[in-house]
Design a protein around this ligand. Sequence first.
Ligand code: SF4
Length: 447
Amino acid sequence: MKMRISFHTLGCKLNYSETSQLRDQYEKLGHEIVPFGNDTDAVLINTCTVTENADAECRKIIRKIQKISPKAFIGVTGCYAQLKSDEIATIPGVDAVIGTSDKLRIDQIITDYSKRNMPEIHVSSVDEAIFSFSQSADEDSRTRAFLKIQDGCDYSCSFCTIPLARGKSRSLDISEIPKRIRQLEEQGYHEIILSGINLGDYSHDDANFIDVLNLIESFDTKARFRIGSIEPNLVNESLLRLIASSNKIVPHLHMPLQSGSQSVLKRMKRRYKISKYYDNLILCKQLMPHACIGADVIVGFPGEADQEYEDTFSFIEQLPFSYLHVFTYSERDNTPAAEYDDPIPMRIRKLRNARLRALSDSKRRAFYESQIGSCHKVIPESFDHSTGHWKGWTENYVRVQFRGSQFLNMQPYVVQLDQLDHLSGTVISTLLDEPQLSNGYLQLSVI
Ligand code: SF4
């Protein structure tokens, strides 16, 4: 029976990629996909469990669905579902809980979407999980797509539940990658974001992540490639030189830092010294002065003394970071850090977070301003009818807007970065290319 179904995603880019895959599967089965928040017959929620906040958010969403569509079937999948299936099953309104191993098979597992008296639970061990492929559009983008080539993680950072939720590291067969790139190109994507939980740990037979990048380098494609995120211990000189000399892999490094204090990194059981992070960053900027460098940071880790936090702050302040993703530490069950002494009061965690976010804003602004006057390739993504502006990203991850016809072809254009729009947080740019006429109409204007 055909039905209306909507999806909601929490958490990381990989989750978004997998939800898109699910959406495609249901669409192919003939169901109508409706935007989340509209009346519907079924909802699938793809959850995250990185922080306590993510769990609370999931519960809030379930309550919201029950108000909008009281008769809708509610299925919960993802990392929270994998780790706390019993807890989710007790939430009123939930009809099915599906673990991470079966996430991309929900359409086969659930065939009846009527409300249940008792939720059904499909959660199996992730120990033997195999690689499940997904590729998908970035949200709201017809030009950027995620290509998942790796899943799971073999590391044991003391705060992290991801290895428990997603299992061991596993990777897409390298021989599959050209075919997948070609498919995305044929679908009209110009930017492909290589995605994984611990992407740099890619390993299939004898191939490693550098082999994947070399393969992309030698592959006949016009697409550009972005490395989603890479652990600092897996970054080295040859990787940086490869990116620096590449015409396909863009100069954007997202390297989780987590803390700028050596003692905190040790308690987090991270696999690098702060000096290694520093060396990577400096070499990256030497080889690619215009590179964008982003980092994840956790504040309020157990025992994080004032001085350790200040070490983190000044480490970031003195270095050319372009932006931060700041997370407030929260205790997660079954992680060593949850048992550590000296938890930091929540009030202090929040203050530390706010201060680092402010630092991130000023870093992003400084990075954007440093790019004013330079020319970059941008792929148009979305058109704002009220302003007549296109939005998109440069290769070095500057969010830009430029004026152009709404009928502009969705292909890369060269823009000159003119000025920072402090209100929108984007850079206002001038389109320099001679764009192709589309529908016999094209307007180019300089702002
Ligand atoms: S590298 Fe550490 S933080 Fe990242 S997924 Fe693996 S265990 Fe978690």
